[in-house]
Design a protein around this ligand. Structure first.
Ligand SMILES: [Fe+2]
Length: 464
């Protein structure tokens, strides 16, 4: 069968009818390799003509401006972690020690407020009988009978703990335990394990103005798999400013703004734009189309130009200057408030680790991992896997402030839930399946936008 026929038949299987010119368009972009991307992008249109492809491009060039409600309000954005020192000064054992000591102190401070841990003891001062301690988890093992044995460490020393009922812990988590200390074998027989946790937020945070926040992630500009038509539909929707779009005053983007260069093996074969600065220029051009009353807040991800080690600093000046004044650049994680709502936006590299480490997790259950992060009060509890951490004197990955909205991205799935009155959003992407994702048997869920209305405190999910 010739290539043209094969392409047409494959498209028919997906109920897509195309003009002959469109087949040339597909062949020019890589033929059968480009086909899955084309199907992902054009499925909603069903009949694709070359002029309809061109029309979509043209429509995006003119700006329709009718006065949407959001344009009448002032911005109220406060950066809660902005001018902080993220520069790495050393990488020795002592530097990492101070990072972990800071983690311990921050999380122990939260644990100490729990009634069950009142009157806790330092490990070096343990005496036989009932004890309460706070420590960092190390050397976890499960016995043949299913009991959990682990070591807890605080700045004064280490102690072995035995928990017969089994449970689940991550290395480097900071937890509290209540149990009985045996002076004979120097072991604590644990009765209860406590995580720092989050309280159930009870405040009424709804605001008077009808303002919404649109939440997206992983745009991956520069990739051949970038879903341009769907992205343009989203831009057009924002620009029309009708219906739900009329209230959109903020656009949050959770990292992987561009596809970058050399991020995964043979990535260059899948790049439309081979220069990272040109990728950012293209992105800046798209964002110029966003109406000027919308404030854009963005953080970097693992595909962006900054170091991979977390926390990631804001994009460098030579990239920032490409964007207009509506864009606020934050580090990863980004912590800020919008009209009093507290936001924690983390790209999510640790999700890859946690999906493997926590029993029963999957890429469809990212919200469960986000709950675990909140309970552990840490964005990347375990050191030494895929997340590389900067040995700074302060641990910026601890969750010091309980957010109203917790956002991650990175895994190209979309999930939303409410947990203890906190909105948990794993934001979607704008890239169809890459060869690498295909190899990993991962199917992305692109083109979804979460719209959080701060007046009703409700999230609506739109698909483009
Ligand atoms: Fe990504």
């Amino acid at each position: 069968m010739d290539l043209r026929k094969e392409i047409i038949e494959e498209l028919l299987k997906h109920n897509i009818l195309v003009e002959p010119d469109v087949v040339d368009f597909i062949i020019e972009r890589g033929g059968k390799d480009y086909l899955p991307h084309f199907i992902e992008e054009y499925r909603p249109l069903e009949v694709v003509t070359l002029s309809s492809l061109k029309k979509e491009k043209k429509a995006s060039e003119k700006t329709v401006f009718s006065k949407p409600e959001a344009s009448e309000y002032e911005w109220d954005l406060k950066v809660l972690m902005g001018e902080v020192e993220l520069k790495i000064k050393g990488g020795g054992v002592e530097d990492f020690r101070s990072l972990f000591l800071d983690r311990y102190k921050r999380l122990a401070r939260i644990l100490r407020t729990q009634t069950q841990l009142r009157g806790y003891t330092e490990i070096s001062k343990l005496r036989g009988g009932e004890v309460k301690i706070i420590g960092m988890v190390d050397e976890i093992r499960i016995t043949s009978r299913g009991s959990l044995v682990f070591t807890l460490e605080d700045p004064s020393g280490r102690v072995e703990c035995y928990y017969p009922e089994g449970s689940f812990l991550l290395n480097d988590e900071v937890i509290g335990v209540v149990g009985n200390y045996s002076e004979n074998n120097g072991r604590i027989y644990v009765k209860e394990i406590l995580r720092p946790g989050v309280p159930i937020l009870k405040k009424n945070r709804k605001i008077a103005e009808n303002i919404s926040v649109a939440i997206i992630s992983d745009t991956h500009i520069g990739s051949k798999m970038f879903l341009e038509a769907r992205w343009r539909k989203f831009l057009e929707w924002l620009k029309r400013g009708k219906g739900d779009a009329a209230g959109v005053k903020y656009l949050l983007i959770g990292g992987d703004l561009v596809d970058g260069i050399g991020i995964y093996p043979n990535q260059e074969e899948e790049l439309e734009i081979l220069d990272i600065y040109s990728q950012y220029e293209k992105f800046a051009k798209y964002l110029e189309e966003v109406p000027d009353y919308i404030k854009i807040v963005m953080i970097p991800g693992n595909h962006d130009i900054v170091r991979n080690t977390e926390p990631q600093p804001v994009l460098p000046e030579e990239v920032r200057k490409m964007f207009n004044g509506n864009v606020e650049f934050l580090p990863n994680p980004g912590i800020f408030s919008i009209h009093g709502y507290k936001f924690l936006m983390y790209h999510g590299t640790s999700l890859n680790d946690l999906v493997e480490m926590i029993p029963g997790m999957s890429y469809e259950r990212i919200n469960e991992i986000m709950k675990y992060m909140l309970e552990a009060r840490h964005l990347a509890p375990t050191y030494g896997s895929k997340v590389s951490m900067a040995p700074l004197p302060r641990d910026f990955l601890t969750i010091d402030i309980v957010p109203d909205v917790f956002i991650t991205g990175h895994v190209h799935a979309f999930t939303y839930t409410m947990y203890k009155n906190i909105h948990l959003i794993n934001a979607s992407c704008w890239q169809s399946q890459t060869k690498y994702q295909k190899m990993m048997n991962f199917n992305p869920d692109p083109g979804k936008v979460a719209i959080l209305n701060l007046h009703t405190d409700k999230v609506k999910v739109l698909s483009f």
